[in-house]
Design a protein around this ligand. Structure first.
Ligand code: R2B
Ligand code: URA
Length: 303
């Protein structure tokens, strides 16, 4: 398997010495535990992890990928590995794991703590992790796919801030530049829909947090909104979503090669409501899956 060199032997690392001292580690929100599951046997071969908001999208991704990779057995389906809980869903086909994370920073952060520990307990190495998601675009045609250069906060800073023990902790949100280039190459080869590289703004809210005028609360005018989105555009922001900053920060800290690939569902300079027909939105959501599916296939030497 050609995994592109330097990250081949990189074992997933934790930034926490306490975990190694635990007799049993319960991954509560996955319904898995080192005491009851042989995590090495279940996950030791994982090389690619894709995460996205909803269980159904992550299940359809694994079905699509399995058929693309030729892992599909007649009549076989991909059961939810986290069937003991309905917090998150997880599916596996060969070396690819597909996990749902819900909406927003707190939800994806909890999932990532347990996912990274799962990969650590399973002694996984050379893992690439990609978030495939939806977003609002700025100045892009709906359906455009944005590969994130930098995840930035609502003040356009490439940082993730969290309060830990009552103090502000700031972590970098830099992503793997080489992985961005590899994904761009794949998109040029596929040439099926517009793909651009740009900064992704990660917010704490879908409505006021993203400058929408149509929430239950709104304390600004259309003009204020346009000024903010224009300032974001000038800072290189091309799309807005709700998970990329903590995703980038946590993956970086634990030595995971990470990327964010999101489709835009609308152009926020032109409106706030997502009102395109369901079938159109469904097709848009398959675009990051097609790009990342192709990238995985190519990485596994199966063009
Ligand atoms: C994109 O879409 C969701 C909000 O509709 C959120 O999870 C995100 O980042
Ligand atoms: N997801 C977001 O977070 N914002 C949008 O505008 C669309 C999808």
């Amino acid at each position: 398997m050609d995994l592109g060199g330097h990250h081949k032997d990189n074992f997933v690392q934790l930034c926490n010495p306490n975990v190694a001292t635990l007799k049993e580690d319960v991954l509560y929100h996955f319904g898995l535990s080192t005491g009851t599951h042989d995590l090495s046997a279940m996950f030791g071969d994982v090389k690619f992890v894709c995460v996205g908001g909803t269980p159904s999208r992550m299940q359809s991704f694994i079905r699509y990928l399995a058929s693309e990779l030729g892992f599909d057995q007649p009549g076989a389906d991909y059961p939810n590995i986290c069937e003991g809980t309905d917090r998150y869903s997880m599916f596996k086909a060969g070396p690819v794991l597909s996990v749902s994370h819900g909406m927003g920073i707190p939800s994806i952060a909890i999932m990532l703590h347990e996912l990274i520990k799962l990969l650590y307990h399973a002694r996984c190495s050379g893992v690439t992790i990609i978030r495939i998601g939806t977003s609002g675009g700025i100045g892009l045609d709906p359906g455009s796919v944005v590969i994130t250069q930098q995840a930035v906060d609502a003040c356009f800073k490439p940082e993730f801030e969290q309060i830990v023990l009552g103090k502000r902790i700031v972590r970098s949100t830099s992503l793997d530049e080489q992985l961005v280039r590899e994904l761009v190459e794949c998109s040029a080869f596929l040439n099926e829909f517009p793909v651009i590289v740009g900064n992704t703004m990660c917010t704490l809210d879908f409505y006021e947090g993203q400058g929408r005028l149509d929430g239950a609360l709104c304390c600004y005018t259309e003009k204020d909104k346009q000024e903010y989105l224009q300032a974001a555009y000038s800072a290189g922001v091309r799309n807005i979503e709700m998970e990329s900053s903590v995703f980038a920060a946590m993956c970086r800290a634990c030595g995971l090669r990470a990327a964010v690939v999101c489709v835009t569902l609308l152009d926020r300079l032109k409106g706030d409501q997502i009102s395109s027909p369901h079938e159109i939105l469904l097709e848009y959501q398959q675009r990051p899956q097609r790009l990342v599916g192709y990238f995985i296939k190519k990485s596994l030497g199966m063009p």
